[in-house]
Design a binder for this molecule. Sequence first.
Ligand code: GLY
Length: 372
Amino acid sequence: MSGNRIVTVGGSGGFAPYEVVIGAGALGRAGRRLKTAIGRDRCVVVADATVWGLHGAALAAVLGEAGVKAEVIDVPAGERSKSFAELERVLDGFGALGLDRGDCVVALGGGVVGDLAGLAAALWMRGIGVVQVPTSLLAQVDSSVGGKTAIDTPRGKNLVGAFHQPRLVVADIGLLATLPERQLRSGWAEVIKHGLICDAEFFAWLEGEGAVGARGDVVALTRAVERSVEIKAAIVAEDEKEAGRRALLNLGHTFGHALEAELAFDEARLSHGEAVAVGCALAFRFSVRTGLATAEAAARAEAAFGAAGLPTRLDPADGFDAARLVERMRGDKKAEGGRLTLVLARGIGEAFVAKDVDAAAVEQFLKDEGAS
Ligand code: GLY
């Protein structure tokens, strides 16, 4: 038995289908698949510099055994690498290596590298192949799957990007062992999010025996990644370009992005996953206030995040201003004509996209939540 779980994304008339290979040790078993996806005897690996130090030799060895030579472009770790400057440097690297339309990029790292390398691949010669090898839990359950790529601009996060589906995703659960605890917990917020969106049974498992995944249990992590990818794959297959249903994947993100932006995306104060946890809890409590969900559902959502060591309330020390947060939410990519679009919930596993949400009601809610 190979130990791999395979989830196929796409394929029913939309974009070309691809596999997400999940499992402890999946990278070591991926040589043949990598060679097929890359389609050449060379590739360029765009890697997070820290991750390359930890896992670069393993990737190079697998590629080498498969007869693929890897050239490496490394990028500094951290969100600041999702910039025009770094994108230009990566593209210039492609030029220096003489990449043509038949070449393929391998992204090794977390969400930052996946987004940056994916966008560079989307732009180079109007689009070359990309393989994602996500090394953070957040990237394995979310950003490496579904084809969203982007960089940030001074006006906001992920504002410049493209949809560019990968040819293959290799999610090796074993690589998560080197993740700092806080980063693992942050990725777990996206796992819980998937249950809250549309799978009450999965959520119940996360509340119970699956909860050990947040502390690194490999068996629980494998199941959590697999189910998260299945949920995401089903949504993306229906709505690749986020014309409707895909927006569900942004549960907790409109509140969360506003909090992150107010803190200047300072990961030391609030990581993306922590912001998603607070954002999901706010979305559930707002759903209770508007009579959509029960207080019990909101309490369960909060407890699941809390059990994983994730925050669920605004931190008074951050001094959030309700009007400013609402202003940030108006600038969200989902907002239309200045009206708020939020993902709300009728219960656990019953999220929906609410358009035209009353901004004044959200502002008052945030004041009641402790913002000034
Ligand atoms: N992270 C949300 C999405 O991929 O649509």
